[in-house]
Design a protein. Sequence first.
Length: 157
Amino acid sequence: MINNQQFRELIIRPSLKPLDLYSEAVEEVLILVLAQESLGLSYLKQVEGPALGPFMMEPATHADLWSNYLANNKELRYKILETLNLKLAPTQEMLVYNLKYATIMARVFFLRIPDPLPLASDVKALASYWKRFYNTLKGKGTVEEAIGNYERFIGKR
């Protein structure tokens, strides 16, 4: 398991602040997703599924973000490519080996959700937000499990 404070300081903030996509609530929901989905970076590929990277983004979701959301948000698309020093949209495999890219794409996922993010200090609301929008109601994860994994990851348990 990776150190959560280092992930915040060395990956989340430097990845999102230059794109004006950072907030404390964003940081906390991403930490919760990381803690739940990859067990704090214990896995980079879903054990029995297609999801990839520290946030376990499915290839279909990755493709949809580029084909639909970012295709219609050219300014953000350009800023992301410029930040990553790329000319073309990255492949899904980059989610596995580029933590900056995986973080940006997890943030982009939440940008398209119309409901506002909960407060950074409201872990139960963040876990419910993750469940509703990221894991979905059909997903195997639970709010309680996400809270437990988050608390273990940040050292509360």
